[in-house]
Design a binder for this molecule. Structure first.
Ligand code: HEC
Length: 192
């Protein structure tokens, strides 16, 4: 009798394992997550470029402040993922990475240092949470020359930009970057 109970629980355990997404299923979810991250990057990049041209860098800060969270919310709604930008040196007070995101960025930075191309750096994983399983994905956000206008060495940033940042983001940590570094990640997740 005892043996039967044991083998049943062993079966239950196996069934639990089998319900984990296969490598193929994970690759398909990663493709969807990559697409959602790409949409966010493209839309925000487009609006940032237009705002820089129309309003100059200090005016563009206001556009970023207003539009970045809204674009992230729109892409989340449309894709069925939760999509956001985070950074260990965040400007947006809501941009603090959680433990998985911190580890993901550290891993991507190691791979970048080992010679991988920054544009295609990404990682994903199925993780356990208190309530079940979750698919997590991170795409690197490399620093490009245009980013330095608002995220570069403060000594080289325009006074108007610094004044606007100080007023809007008193706790800003997001300066001091150079091209080739990772500014942060696009974090994409979905409960399974
Ligand atoms: C016109 C100024 C400006 C430029 C140029 C700019 N940013 Fe930002 N960035 C901001 C502001 C303002 C925020 C905070 C608003 C937000 O995302 O909610 C921000 C936030 C971020 C965040 C979210 C995490 C955090 O720190 O809060 C990331 C990631 C980021 N920027 C990356 C970039 C990258 C990569 C570039 C270059 C492609 C760039 N930014 C160019 C102004 C700028």
């Amino acid at each position: 009798m005892k043996a039967t109970v044991l083998s049943l629980s062993a079966l239950a355990l196996l069934a639990g394992c089998a319900s984990s997404p296969s490598a193929e299923q994970q690759a398909a979810m990663a493709a969807d997550a990559r697409k959602a991250a790409g949409t966010l990057i493209q839309q925000l990049g487009g609006e940032l470029k237009a705002a820089l041209a129309e309003k100059g860098p200090d005016g563009a800060i206001g556009v970023c402040k207003l539009r970045a969270p809204r674009i992230a919310a729109d892409v989340s709604r449309q894709s069925g993922f939760t999509v956001k930008r985070v950074s260990p040196k965040n400007r947006n007070p809501a941009g603090v990475p959680d433990a998985w995101e911190t580890q993901a960025q550290a891993t991507l930075e190691t791979r970048l240092a080992a010679g991988e191309k920054p544009e295609t750096l990404e990682t994903w994983q199925v993780v356990r949470t208190a309530t079940g399983k979750q698919f997590r994905y991170a795409k690197a956000l490399p620093v490009q020359p245009v980013c330095l206008t608002c995220h570069g060495d403060p000594a080289k940033m325009a006074d108007g930009v610094k004044a606007r940042l100080a007023a809007d983001y008193p706790l800003d940590k997001a300066t001091g970057y150079a091209p080739g570094m990772l500014r942060g990640i696009v974090s994409v997740k979905r409960d399974l």
